[in-house]
Design a protein around this ligand. Structure first.
Ligand code: HEM
Length: 346
């Protein structure tokens, strides 16, 4: 065989190899570049069933308790905003100083569900799928199973081993935030006005304890008054569900007392009614109502409140969730794959 023919044969072999790899999902599993960035299908080679297992477990979990769908969506937000999407929200602290113990997380639910999915995954692909990715996939599935959009979730996150209550206190905006506060909290995480308006649509599903908004009803400025930006009829309904005093912890983030839907009328369906609700009534939290106080967020709320189809919103939502899911992630050699998600930090 001549030198030229040999060269041609080699090129042919390389081309066949490339085509075969593309056909198998397009990844060069384990190549350094692929290992160090988030991407759709990160587990396709390492644990091809990972996403199917999460979805199947999520179906079973929500069949047993449908109220966990919003809780698991919320968990992804609380994980990502505190030291990045690194699964640290799952860690437990014996001294009561971990993220779970922080005020905004006292009303968090769904830890056992994530651990259940992790335990299942450990039986099929040992030490392969991170807790941070499980939370991201569970959030996507929670939305999908609440009649919201399906979107491609990026994976490849590693888990962190630090969990500090103060970080959660500092990085999660309280529900009495105004739009300036909200924009500050979100811009620190590289999320802009449109992202805020889109991500707040998460409040289309789920409930809140009365304590998180009680002040708006009974003592807005310290003079036993009501928040004037809250629709009077809606306020009257809320007062019936949340009588004065209540059993709330009064810490402004929920955690005690009765619960009410954040988007009344469609509290477990991921749809546009949250935007109509915010526009018409001022929403449940001051932070929801604050979307009306900025031209960008208000414009978006008005557009969606009047939209005839959720298609545009669903696309925006997918993009915003993917963007939030990239917040300060650990990849490659940074971080670890834990054996259990809910281990102790101290
Ligand atoms: C300034 C921003 C935000 C504030 C102040 C806020 C505040 C709250 C509060 C106080 C609750 C009620 C907790 C309880 O009493 O049980 C809640 C629930 C919830 N939040 Fe947010 N939130 C914000 C942003 C977000 C974002 C960006 C997402 C999603 C990406 C989200 C998803 C949810 C969901 C789904 C629930 C319902 C949880 C359940 O039913 O268990 N929130 N939020």
């Amino acid at each position: 065989m001549s030198g030229g023919e040999l060269w041609l044969l080699r090129r042919l072999l390389v081309m066949v190899l490339v085509l075969a790899l593309r056909a198998s999902g397009g990844e060069v599993a384990g190549s350094p570049e692929e290992e160090t960035r988030l991407r759709v299908g990160f587990y396709r080679a390492k644990c091809p069933v990972a996403e199917d297992v999460v979805l199947a477990e999520m179906r079973a979990i929500l069949e047993e308790d449908p109220t966990l769908a919003p809780s698991l969506l919320r968990m992804h937000y609380h994980d990502c905003f505190v030291q990045g999407c690194d699964g640290s929200i799952m860690l437990r602290s014996r001294s009561g100083k971990g993220e779970r113990d922080a005020t905004p997380n006292r009303s968090m639910r769904g830890y056992d569900a994530i651990q259940r999915i992790k335990a299942r995954l450990e039986t099929v692909c040992r030490l392969t799928v991170s807790c941070a990715d499980i939370i991201a996939m569970a959030a996507r599935d929670a939305v999908y199973l609440s009649k919201g959009p399906w979107y491609d979730v990026e994976t490849g996150r590693k888990d962190g081993d630090v969990s500090v209550a103060e970080y959660a206190e500092n990085d999660l905006a309280p529900p009495d935030s105004n739009i300036v506060d909200v924009k500050t909290f979100f811009s620190v995480k590289s999320l802009n006005g449109k992202d805020i308006a889109v991500l707040f649509g998460c409040h289309s599903i789920g409930t809140s304890h009365c304590a998180a908004f009680q002040k708006r009803l009974y003592n807005f400025t310290g003079r036993m008054d009501q928040d004037p930006s809250l629709d009077a009829r809606y306020a009257a309904q809320l007062k019936k569900l949340c009588p004065p005093g209540g059993h709330g912890h009064g810490h402004g983030h929920g955690g005690g007392g009765a619960k009410v839907p954040i988007d009344p009328g469609s509290g477990y369906t991921f749809d546009l009614s949250y935007y109509r609700h915010v526009l018409a009534t001022g929403g449940l939290f001051q932070s929801d109502g604050s979307l009306r106080d900025d031209p960008v967020t208000r414009g978006y709320v008005e557009k969606l409140a009047n939209a005839s189809s959720p298609d545009e919103y669903f696309q925006d939502f997918a993009a915003a969730m993917v963007k939030m899911g990239r917040t300060d992630v650990l990849t490659g050699d940074l971080g670890e794959i834990r054996e259990t998600c809910d281990g102790f930090v101290d």
